[in-house]
Design a protein. Structure first.
Lengths: 85, 108, 331
């Protein structure tokens, strides 16, 4: 049953990637990348339940923190054009 | 007791997968950057919290359950903040307006 | 482990990398590249390698994005009209990219096929898996290999990072810092003030518990560097320079290198050898507690200090404004 949920999330991820390809501006691609990082954090959580490896929850927590940092960096670059302002 | 909890957890996980799919549909079908951001973030936050809550009976013991709750709390605080930063950046630089003007200019 | 899921992930990675090469804007290529990194972390997790998945997730999201953006913002966007950039002709681009992707796909799917068969371990992996707990006292076999069996290689890696930081600081030594306090909006500033202590606590737990759970010095140090970069991005450089000066970073980095070498020399002074662990002056402790594994705690701390301070020093060296003679630099 968790395998079905895994396949559902991965298919959603593939569809979200279509927006990264099409999106006419870089802001559209950034929105889709934000959603994709959240979807794949959930894929990591479901994987830790499917394979029964409890250490993957550590990986999911660290990855959620760092994808949040990634989005803040890109948003800062879009807003100011420099990273130090 | 445990199979009932697992069944309820399974329902929560599938509801979460449905909400994530709805968020991806919003990102694909809406016309503008702001609407895509709005639909994507709201549905995805709810879907992610539902998946994490539904995974609690499957986690097997207290350490895994506490980690899942930590991920859910961190996620609820950080994802809206990231979306706010992206939306404000788009508004400050008028990125969406320029794309719309280009599209209207192409159509004539 | 489900083979169709792994095959789908391989196909997805190849498509993502192909798209990242052929998008027209460089900024969009960075975004597609970060998606590729996310997928690679998931594939490593599916292949049951949590250490490698953690390293890939941390390095790709935090550091690769920030260093690429800093490099992109410091360069000229359009070429001068007098120069010409010879480009690969269009009819050659797509077929050669498709050929490279097909070669990679062949190797990946052959690997997938051999993973599905039953295979036996060689002599060295079997020895490591069987004897790590008695010989080193640590639960995490990857950390035992990095910091005990092959600790000299880890010293070489930290030397590589040290050389890179020294080279970049030397090349970019002539610039000045722009002190600015704008940063991001008020909501993000208050939110970061709420979240930063917990991120730092989690980074310390990755660092110090490296001999028990997936993680270690390199991953923990990278998260520290990412938090330093994030403080500069969210609050502005004048806030960050007032809190953690470049002199402090230099001291921490050199202190980390010195700690590593002192621990190694204490093993040599004991009479056993350089970087000796349990046969040297270090105690094994009870397996599963914090103070176990001999000198692995100190080595993790040393590597973490060096990597964290070094990588944030690289970021701070690169955000300087370079003043060149007789050149209109677009900042």
């Amino acid at each position: 049953m968790i395998l079905l949920a895994l396949w559902g999330m991965v298919i959603s991820g593939m569809l979200g990637f279509v927006r990264v390809v099409i999106g006419p501006s870089a802001a559209d691609r950034l929105v889709a990348a934000d959603a994709l990082s959240v979807i794949f954090t959930m894929v990591l959580v479901l994987l830790s339940l499917y394979i029964e490896t409890p250490f993957l929850l550590d990986v999911a927590l660290a990855f959620s923190m760092l994808s949040f940092a990634d989005m803040l960096l890109m948003a800062k670059y879009f807003e100011h054009g420099e990273l130090y302002k | 007791m445990i199979p009932v909890l697992r069944f309820l957890g399974g329902i929560c996980i599938f509801a979460g997968v449905f909400f994530s799919f709805a968020a991806v549909v919003a990102i694909l079908r809406f016309p503008d950057v702001y609407t895509r951001l709005h639909g994507g973030t709201k549905a995805l936050s709810g879907g992610a919290v539902l998946i994490l809550l539904g995974a609690l009976p499957y986690a097997g013991g207290y350490p895994g359950a506490i980690k899942l709750l930590l991920i859910a709390v961190f996620f609820l605080i950080s994802n809206p903040m990231a979306s706010h930063a992206i939306a404000r950046a788009c508004h400050r630089r008028s990125l969406a307006e320029r794309a719309l003007e280009r599209k209207r200019g192409e159509r004539g | 482990m489900s083979e169709p899921l792994l095959a789908f992930f391989y196909f997805f990675i190849l498509v993502t990398a192909f798209v990242a090469v052929f998008l027209e804007d460089l900024l969009s290529s960075f975004i597609a590249l970060s998606v590729t990194g996310v997928l690679m972390a998931t594939v490593f997790a599916l292949l049951r390698a949590p250490d490698v998945a953690l390293t890939q997730a941390i390095i790709n999201s935090g550091l690769v994005t920030s260093l690429l953006l800093v490099a992109y913002s410091q360069t000229r966007r359009t070429p001068l009209p007098s120069e010409e950039c010879p480009e690969c002709p269009f009819w050659l681009q797509w077929p050669s990219a498709a050929l490279v992707c097909t070669l990679f796909a062949v190797f990946l799917f052959r690997g997938l096929y051999s993973l599905a068969c039953v295979r036996e371990l060689g002599s060295a992996p079997a020895h490591f898996l069987a004897n790590t707990l008695e010989e080193t006292g640590a639960l995490n076999v990857v950390a035992a290999i990095l910091l005990d069996y092959r600790a000299f290689d880890t010293l070489g890696e930290t030397t590589v990072i040290f050389t890179a930081v020294s080279g970049i600081s030397l090349l970019l030594a002539g610039g000045r810092y722009v002190h600015s306090g704008r940063g991001l909006s008020f909501v993000v500033k208050r939110g970061m003030a709420l979240l930063t202590p917990f991120i730092l606590l989690y980074a310390a737990s990755i660092l110090f518990l490296g001999h028990l759970t997936p993680g270690g010095g390199f991953q923990g140090g990278s998260v520290f560097a990412t938090v330093a970069i994030l403080i500069c991005v969210v609050y502005g450089t004048s806030f960050e320079a007032a809190r953690i000066s470049p002199k402090t970073k230099e001291t921490l980095e050199s202190g980390g290198a010195l700690l590593f070498i002192v621990v190694g020399l204490s093993g040599a002074a004991w009479g056993t050898g350089f970087l000796a662990n349990l046969s040297g002056p270090f105690l094994p402790g009870t397996p599963g507690s914090l103070f176990s594994g001999g000198n692995m705690l100190l080595l993790n701390l040393a590597v973490g200090l060096k990597v964290g301070a070094g990588l944030s020093s690289i970021f701070y060296a690169m955000i300087k404004i370079l003043e060149l003679e007789g050149d209109s630099w677009q900042s």
